[in-house]
Design a protein around this ligand. Structure first.
Ligand code: FPP
Length: 255
């Protein structure tokens, strides 16, 4: 594809995506919601492949929130089926392309066959070094924070850490995302201007890109537009323009 001026040396290190609009995409075409999710799966493939080709090291996808469990039973069932099929079909491809799969969220709520397929894919790909795809499944940013607080409080109670020593690093090290850098770019499709309980702690200086495009229509060209826009942003991390002597495109504050 023609990358039209994309600077490969200033790509985000971590892109996170809130994939939204599958239902609306289907309704606009007189189809059932499941068809929207099915088409959405093809967009997942497109962004994973393009990220791998470009050399973006981390891609996080908000595939299922804790709140999504409240959807109609048939829709949840269909989403779980699509996920299981995706994992089974993509696992060999992930191996061929050196993609490591990670899952964050309360995975034990997943139906046992889906959990088994997920754990198999995570284990099989754990040594791959080309890129990391993080699937947020039954994930909630607030849950992540609650579990972090419980873990830190437990350690403090047991005397493993002093309360005065609790700092940003300690907190980050107890989040589910402990092994991955904070996102540089957060994309949300379908035009909604909210975070919907996705990453909360992890996005203090993440660039936000919200597009009206519905997720099933978000393919290579749309992704390229988001990356080009990211490269037009001037990231200051709270400092002044004058203090910025070098492009800070994907340099985090602490990382
Ligand atoms: C949001 O659209 C999308 C989801 C809740 C699920 C995302 C799932 C997929 C892209 C398919 C399978 C996933 C993988 C990882 C293979 P929505 O249903 O909220 O759309 P609406 O807001 O228009 O109703």
């Amino acid at each position: 594809m023609n990358l039209r001026g994309l600077d490969k040396s200033r790509l985000p290190r971590h892109v996170a995506i809130i994939m939204d609009g599958n239902g609306r995409w289907a309704r606009l075409r007189g189809k059932g919601r499941i068809e929207g999710h099915r088409r959405g799966r093809a967009s997942v493939r497109a962004v994973v492949e393009m990220s791998r080709k470009l050399g973006i090291p981390y891609l996080s996808l908000y595939a299922f929130s804790t709140e999504n469990w409240l959807r109609p039973k048939e829709e949840v069932h269909a989403l779980m089926g699509l996920l299981e099929h995706y994992l089974a079909v993509e696992q060999p491809k992930m191996m061929r392309h050196g993609i490591r799969l990670l899952a964050i969220g309360d995975k034990y709520r997943l139906p046992p066959p889906v959990l088994r397929t997920l754990e198999r894919a995570v284990k099989a790909t754990q040594k791959n070094q080309g890129m990391t795809v993080v699937l947020a499944l039954s994930y909630s940013g607030r849950d992540d924070i609650v579990r972090m607080v419980q873990a830190v409080a437990r350690e403090a109670k047991e005397g493993a850490c002093a309360i005065e020593d609790i700092n940003e690093e300690v907190i980050s090290a107890h989040m589910e995302t402990r092994s991955i850098p904070d996102p540089d770019l957060l994309i949300r499709t379908s035009g909604e201007m909210r975070i919907s309980n996705f990453f909360l702690w992890q996005i203090p200086y993440t660039e936000l890109y919200i597009t009206p495009t519905l997720w099933p229509d978000f393919r290579e060209e749309e992704y390229l537009q988001a990356l080009l826009e990211f490269q037009r942003r001037r990231r200051r991390f709270g400092r002044t323009d004058e203090q910025i002597t070098q492009p800070l495109c994907s340099v985090g504050r602490n990382r």
